[in-house]
Every structure is written in structure tokens, then in C-alpha cells.
Write a protein that binds this ligand. Structure first.
Ligand code: NCW
Length: 476
């Protein structure tokens, strides 16, 4: 097994999860600042106001990346640092822009390739308040297009751009389950009618249009001069039928991936929503105008894949319960025999299963014509890690094994199955603000001591990455 000689590997983070400095240099509030202020929304009552203090520790972070041998770093830009009120007619905050321009210069100086995510969940709060944020197609997509153009113009040296991170999470967790900002709960009742009942599907649709608009700007105004590439990052879990002998469970597996991944990837690669979604959701799913199809279809230079876990999938019979947005399937960790898909982690949704990663890489490649894939996130939390002492924490053998298994599964997908995977960014460079789970869940290969000046301690998994990749990457 092997990986190509030009393979990009490194680590990933997101602005709100690491930067802190919420009120520094003119940053405006985002919907996550507002959400964290609502009692009960974040497990430990915390917020990203301080986080890892990375806004002020760019040199320390780059030194850390260098010491780990990383070739690439994926980070996100805070929209509300660059345009504090968010909109196309609102003032640009030069201090915010300058921060990211310098950060990219410093990364390149250190020999590290930047991968920039334009949007990793922290929408300027003013846009949510002003016109309902993602829900307002015309306003939101025009404002995102403007924000993207401002950044493309400011940072021509960045050659790898990701428009949105995990729109499934924004749409479903933000507008259906209410687990993420802005905490809406739509389409939770079969009898619900009108736009407010189907917000989650409208948000997904509008994100696709915003993505298409930003890609058009990049391809027409910047790519001809700067080169570079642009795509979207989608999350998706691997699937196994609960009962491999039951055709309904086998069929439900594809449906599960379609509702998670193809919801966004089918419009991008084929110009339409998957049939399974159209069938189940009917007119709750918005329709694409011909202009929108033209904008969205073909809008990926690469496929950004975030992947963590697998589920057994079971078809449900009978009338779907009101609060089940997928209608008639269940995702489970245990099979009929009691066999578990993988060991427990600190995250209720995450069970390691590396073979599933290889299977999903193959599923995506077949369906979408073997696109270039960057794995833009992959990693794990570790059960009880937050309660261990430092000595135990840095000996994170569980995470070392996770990365070893997953990276080798990816190398096999490349060298044995013909999957065109070209990069891998481990989540995450350091422990950080894990959204609704607060600071209790740690995904870092580097421990961050929040109580003692955010000091960083690389774990065993951080140091294992370079030898792992060096053993797999083909020599030129
Ligand atoms: S929370 C989440 N994550 C983690 C986060 O740190 C990162 O920013 C995200 O890109 C790690 O990778 C992503 N994903 C959402 C998982 C929540 C699943 C809840 C399922 C409920 C049915």
C-alpha cells in the first residue's frame, strides 16, 4: 500500500474553535457567540471567547506544525473578523484581513501549504438578525459571494479554498435538531406546513447556491491569474446493513449516504437532488431553477471529505415518528449479534471503523466519477481523556491506532482500489472548543492546558504522524 509522492498531509482546525480573542481588533459577534450565551446550549456552559488563544499565538502554532513535520494546514477564516457586520454593504475590517494575510505568509515561509475554509459555522450574527441568515437566499448568497471575493483578492497566495464546512451540520443540527447555532427546530412534524416547517432543507439549498456563486467568482476572476482550486467539504459516515440478509436494510444504507452526502454532492456533480430525497421529502425540498443548476453543477475542483465513524443501518417500517427527519431509517452501533461497530469514544456519535473509511472512499469515487479527494478531517476523541493526568493524556495509544488504521485504509483505497485521494488533514492540530460539547471533548493531537495559559503538549499521536506518512508516501 502507498500514497502518491505529492500527497499533502497535515492537520486541521477552525477559527471559532481555536482563536479566542472574540473582542479583539474589531471582530464582530457570530451566531456561535450568541448561541453560547444561551444557558444550557453548551455542555460545560463555555464558549469560544478564549479557546486556545490561537489568534495571538500564530507563531507558536506554526512552530508546532513545523515540529510535527506537517506539509499542509487547514484552518478557517472568521467572516466576522473580516466583515464584522457581514454584509456586502458593510465595512471591511482591514485588521482582520491583515491577520490572515500575514498568517498565510508565515505558513508559506515555514514551508506549509495553506488550505483555507471560508466558512466553518461562525456566521456573522448581524446577518442572522438582519434577514434570517442562511434562510434568505438572495441576501445570504450575495453576502457570501462578496465575502469570498474579499478574501480571494486579499490572499492570492492561497491555492486551496474550501467554501463551506459540513453544510449537513449547519442545516440539520442548526435548523432541525437545534443542537448547533442558531438552534432552530424545523421539520419535526409530518403535519407541519410552510417555509418555517422546512427551514433545514431551505438552508441546505441556499448554501449550495452560495457555494456555486463563490466558485464562479473564483474561476472567473482569480483562478486565471493565480491558479489554485476550490471545493466544498462534506461530512458523511460509513454504513453497514443491520441485517445483511435483509434487502430493505441493504437499500437503506445507500439512502443514509444519500441523505447525508448526496444531498449536496448530487447537485454539485449531477445538477439535481437524489431521487430518494425527492421521494421522501416531496415539495419540502426546494427546487433548482435552471440558472441555479448551471451555477451548482460542476462546481467542485476537488471533493473535501470529513469522515469519522460508521453506523449499522436499519430500515424502519410503519409511520415515521414526527421528530425523525429521515423518516424511516435508524442508525445504530450494535448489530443483531451484539457485535459493536467499534470501541466507544468521548463523542456519542463516533465509533472507529477504518474499513468503513475505505468503503466510503470507494462509494464516493464510483458515484462521482473518481474525483480528486482531499480528506479535510479525520480523527477521534478518547473516552475519559479529559479526566486523565497529563502523563496519561500524552500517551494516547488509542488515537495513534485510530490514525494508523485509518491512514492505512486510505492508502489501500489509493493503491489497490484506484481512489484518487491526494491529501489528508487530521482533526485536530490541538484540543479545542468542541461546539455543543464544550471543552470536555478533546480531539487534538496536541493537549491544550486551558487552566495554565493554554500551554500546548504534543501527544504521542502528533509525533506518530510523520513516520506514518513517510512510510507510505512514494519516493519521487
Ligand atoms: S461536531 C462535528 N465535528 C467535530 C468538530 O470539531 C469539527 O469542527 C467538525 O467539522 C469534528 O468534525 C466535525 N461534527 C458533527 C458531529 C455531530 C453529530 C451529531 C449527530 C446527531 C444525530
Amino acid at each position: 500500500m502507498s500514497l502518491p509522492s505529492d500527497f499533502q498531509w497535515g492537520f486541521a482546525t477552525a477559527a471559532y474553535q481555536i482563536e479566542g480573542s472574540a473582542d479583539v481588533d474589531g471582530r464582530g459577534p457570530s451566531i456561535w457567540d450568541a448561541f453560547c450565551a444561551i444557558p444550557g446550549k453548551i455542555a460545560d456552559g463555555s464558549s469560544g471567547a478564549v479557546a486556545c488563544d490561537s489568534y495571538k499565538r500564530t507563531k507558536e502554532d506554526i512552530d508546532l506544525l513545523k515540529s510535527l513535520g506537517a506539509k499542509a494546514y487547514r484552518f478557517s477564516i472568521s467572516w466576522s473578523r473580516c466583515i464584522p457586520l457581514g454584509g456586502r454593504n458593510d465595512p471591511v475590517n482591514q485588521k482582520g484581513i491583515d491577520h490572515y494575510v500575514k498568517f498565510v505568509d508565515d505558513l508559506l515561509e515555514a514551508g506549509i501549504t495553506p488550505f483555507i475554509t471560508l466558512f466553518h459555522w461562525d456566521l456573522p450574527d448581524a446577518l442572522d438578525k438582519r434577514y434570517g441568515g442562511f434562510l434568505n437566499k438572495d441576501e445570504f448568497t450575495a453576502d457570501f459571494e462578496n465575502y469570498a471575493r474579499v478574501l480571494f483578492k486579499a490572499i492570492p497566495k492561497c491555492k486551496h479554498w474550501i467554501t463551506f464546512n459540513e453544510p449537513w451540520c449547519t442545516s440539520i443540527l442548526g435548523y432541525n435538531s437545534g443542537y448547533f447555532a442558531p438552534g432552530h427546530t424545523s421539520d419535526r412534524s409530518r403535519s407541519a406546513v410552510g417555509d418555517s416547517a422546512r427551514e433545514c432543507w431551505i438552508v441546505g439549498h441556499n448554501i449550495l447556491i452560495a457555494h456555486g456563486k463563490a466558485v464562479k467568482v473564483y474561476r472567473e476572476e482569480f483562478k486565471p491569474v493565480n491558479g489554485g482550486e476550490i471545493g466544498i467539504t462534506l461530512n458523511g459516515d460509513a454504513v453497514l446493513p443491520w441485517d445483511p440478509e435483509d434487502p430493505a436494510d441493504v437499500e437503506a444504507c445507500d439512502r443514509k449516504i444519500e441523505f447525508a452526502i448526496s444531498w449536496f454532492a448530487d447537485p454539485i456533480y449531477f445538477g439535481k437532488y437524489p431521487d430518494s430525497m425527492l421521494k421522501q421529502l416531496g415539495d419540502r425540498l426546494p427546487t433548482f431553477t435552471p440558472e441555479e443548476v448551471a451555477l451548482v453543477k460542476g462546481s467542485n475542483d476537488f471533493y473535501g471529505m470529513n469522515h469519522y465513524t460508521a453506523n449499522y443501518i436499519k430500515h424502519k417500517t410503519g409511520t415515521p415518528p414526527d421528530d425523525d427527519f429521515l423518516g424511516n431509517l435508524e442508525t445504530l452501533f450494535y448489530s443483531k449479534s451484539g457485535e459493536c461497530i467499534g470501541p466507544e469514544t468521548q463523542s456519542f456519535w463516533l465509533r472507529p471503523h477504518a474499513q468503513g473509511f475505505r468503503d466510503l472512499l470507494n462509494w464516493l469515487s464510483k458515484r462521482y466519477g473518481y474525483p480528486k479527494i482531499y480528506v479535510t478531517e479525520n480523527g477521534t476523541s478518547l473516552k475519559g481523556e479529559n479526566d486523565m493526568n497529563l502523563e496519561q493524556i500524552v500517551e494516547d495509544d488509542f488515537r495513534v491506532k485510530y490514525f494508523d488504521d485509518y491512514v492505512k485504509a486510505m492508502a489501500k483505497a489509493y493503491s489497490e482500489d484506484g481512489v484518487n485521494v491526494r491529501g489528508y488533514l487530521a482533526w485536530s492540530l490541538m484540543d479545542n472548543f468542541e461546539w455543543a460539547e464544550g471543552y470536555e471533548t478533546r480531539f487534538g493531537v496536541t493537549y491544550v492546558d486551558y487552566e495554565n495559559d493554554q500551554k500546548r503538549y504534543p501527544k504521542k499521536s502528533a509525533k506518530a504522524m510523520k513516520p506514518l506518512f513517510e512510510s507510505l508516501i512514494e519516493k519521487k
